[in-house]
Structure formats: structure tokens, C-alpha cells
Design a protein around this ligand. Structure first.
Ligand code: A2P
Length: 317
């Protein structure tokens, strides 16, 4: 399994299983199948509302003797309602209980957006906390304490702009090991990738296949479909591969971790095999032309009336 190195020399499998949008009833089978065919990295989050089922599948697979805990890389994320320092460790401990493990390999701040404790998804202005009132560094210090306590080995962030990463790196004792961001040929994230490379921060590409199964409320009326893109299809035909494999191989070629979601056994296998597909310079050049700064997950669901969050202050663009 292809793996990438973290600054401390630890390595994580470069291709992991995404679990966002995997229904509780389907994710159990998907994780079991994924582990059986060789996935060793699972990307989780309590916000996906399926960690207990993921944990059951992991625990049963470990109990069967097929894998040991040490063979696995398990990532989860702090949800927006637990940024207050006193909430961080309890949130992490809930995830550990749900995943049925003693410690995580990686714990990420899910969004640079905070809600009041107990709010799963905000409906009104009072549900939010502005970052001015609950700065990321306060949350980060609590995450650092969780590392010291052995509850998690590495910590990082998701959806962070270069400006937010710079601010965090300037204040942190433990620098973020990872920035997990939306990344695919329509949103190639060049400047963020450069900053992360220069600062020893690995990048994970989420929605690498274009996240076509997002809920209708999160979709715009005329969205481009990544898997149907003619250039992606042409490269796939040239290599006797599928468009999904091209998208994943492209992400891996840029040294970004990719976490495609699937609950389908055939597609799980197809996606894992993408690590063996090598794109050539012409493919890379053709795909480079597809960048259009397009976000499928643009954060607008956090910017309703009365919210302190705007697309501008989430992305700093
Ligand atoms: P399914 O779970 O039925 O396989 P993303 O990882 O960007 O969020 O994309 C997930 C979406 O892509 C899901 O709808 C998933 O469906 C689909 N998908 C996963 N793997 C493939 C593949 N190899 N070919 C086509 N679609 C795929």
C-alpha cells in the first residue's frame, strides 16, 4: 500500500476509505469489505453520524485476526459544536468509544466554524459562536492536551485557508500534521498545496470524485460532473482505467492523500486499485487545464441569516 510520510517519520496509507454520506446501514458492510480487500485507512467523523457502525466493523475485523489495530490508520474529526476547550476531550472520547479504540491516529478540527454546545446543525443566529469569541488556538491547545494524554497521535485541521494555517502555525506548540480540504481537478488548490508542502503539512483530498451523492440541499442547480468530464474520460480510456481511477491516481501523483467514499464492493476494489495507475506528463498537463476553482462543498450551509460566518471569512478568498 502506497504511504506518505509525516514530519515525525510516521507514515499513513495514501488511499483511505471515506465514510461521509455512507448510511449507517451500509457503512458497516463497506468497512468490512474495504478491510478485507486491503484498505488500511478509514476517514471518519461524528458529523457523519455513523461512527458506531464503523467501529463495529473495525472491532469485528480486528477480532477475526485479519488485521491488528497497529495495521490501521484511523482519522476522525472534532465537530463544530465542541470547539470550547472543555468540550474537546469529551468529544474525542465519544469518538473513541464509538470506534471502539483507545486512541486515534489523527484528529482534525472539522471546520473553522463553531456552534454552541449541543447544536448539531445551526438553525438560528444564536446557534453559532464567532471565531473571535472562541479562537481556533483555544481549541487547538485542548487538542494538544489530548496528544499529551495519548488519546491521539497526530492532530490537524480541515477546510483551513493558508491565512488560517499561518495563524495557527504561528501560535501552536504542535504544528498541524494535516489539512484535509476539498481537492479534485475542478479545485486544484495550488497555493494551499504549496504552503502545506513548504511547512511540512500533509494534505488530504476530500470529495476526490466530486461527491455526487451529496444531499440535494447541498447541490447547486447546474453542477459540473467530474466523473463525466471528457478529459478525465479520455485519459481513462487511454489507460484502460475508469474515470474514478484517473481522479484518484491524479490526486496521489500530487502526493495528496485521497479518501474516496464508496459502499459498493466493486467500486471499493476499483478505487483501491487506482494506486497502481500511473498517469503520464501529458495526462497531468491535460488535467491541469480543468481547474476552475469550483467547490462542491462551499460552506454556504454555515452562512444563513444571522450567522457570523460568510464565504469570505470561511475561505479568506
Ligand atoms: P457509491 O458509494 O455507490 O460507490 P466522493 O468520494 O467524492 O464523495 O464521491 C462519492 C460518490 O462517488 C458516491 O456517490 C459513490 O457511490 C461514488 N463512487 C465511488 N467510487 C466510484 C467509482 N469507482 N466510480 C463511480 N462512482 C463512484
Amino acid at each position: 500500500m502506497l504511504s506518505f510520510s509525516l514530519p515525525d517519520g510516521d507514515r499513513l496509507p495514501a488511499l483511505g476509505l471515506g465514510t461521509w454520506k455512507s448510511a449507517p446501514g451500509a457503512v458497516y458492510g463497506a468497512v468490512k469489505e474495504a478491510l478485507a480487500i486491503g484498505y488500511r485507512h478509514i476517514d471518519c467523523a461524528p458529523a457523519y453520524q455513523n461512527e458506531p457502525e464503523v467501529g463495529k466493523a473495525i472491532a469485528e475485523t480486528i477480532a477475526s485476526g485479519m488485521v491488528s489495530r497497529q495495521d490501521l490508520w484511523l482519522t476522525s474529526k472534532l465537530w463544530n459544536n465542541a470547539h470550547a476547550p472543555a468540550q474537546v476531550q469529551p468529544a474525542l472520547e465519544q469518538t473513541l468509544a464509538d470506534l471502539r479504540i483507545d486512541s486515534l491516529d489523527l484528529y482534525l478540527i472539522h471546520w473553522p466554524v463553531a456552534f454552541k454546545p449541543g447544536v448539531f446543525f445551526p438553525r438560528k443566529s444564536e446557534d453559532y459562536i464567532a471565531l473571535e469569541d472562541l479562537p481556533i488556538i483555544a481549541t487547538w491547545k485542548a487538542l494538544e492536551d489530548c496528544v499529551a494524554k495519548g488519546l491521539v497521535r497526530h492532530i490537524g485541521v480541515c477546510n483551513f485557508s493558508v491565512a488560517k494555517l499561518e495563524a495557527l502555525c504561528g501560535q501552536a506548540t504542535i504544528r498541524p500534521a494535516m489539512n484535509q480540504i476539498e481537492l479534485h481537478p475542478y479545485l486544484q488548490q495550488g497555493p494551499t498545496l504549496d504552503f502545506c508542502r513548504e511547512n511540512g503539512i500533509l494534505v488530504t483530498a476530500y470529495s476526490p470524485l466530486g461527491s455526487g451523492d451529496r444531499p440535494a440541499g447541498m447541490k447547486k442547480s447546474s453542477e459540473p460532473t467530474l466523473l463525466d468530464n471528457p478529459v478525465v474520460q479520455q485519459v481513462a480510456t487511454k489507460h484502460g482505467a475508469t474515470p474514478a481511477q484517473v481522479l484518484l491516481a491524479w490526486g496521489l501523483s500530487r502526493k495528496t492523500v485521497v479518501i474516496p467514499k464508496s459502499v459498493n464492493p466493486e467500486r471499493l476494489g476499483q478505487n483501491l486499485a487506482a494506486a497502481h495507475l500511473e498517469l503520464d506528463a501529458q495526462d497531468i498537463a491535460d488535467i491541469a487545464m480543468l481547474d476552475r476553482g469550483y467547490r462542491f462543498v462551499d460552506g454556504s450551509f454555515f452562512t444563513g441569516p444571522g450567522s457570523p460566518y460568510t464565504l469570505k471569512n470561511i475561505w479568506d478568498e
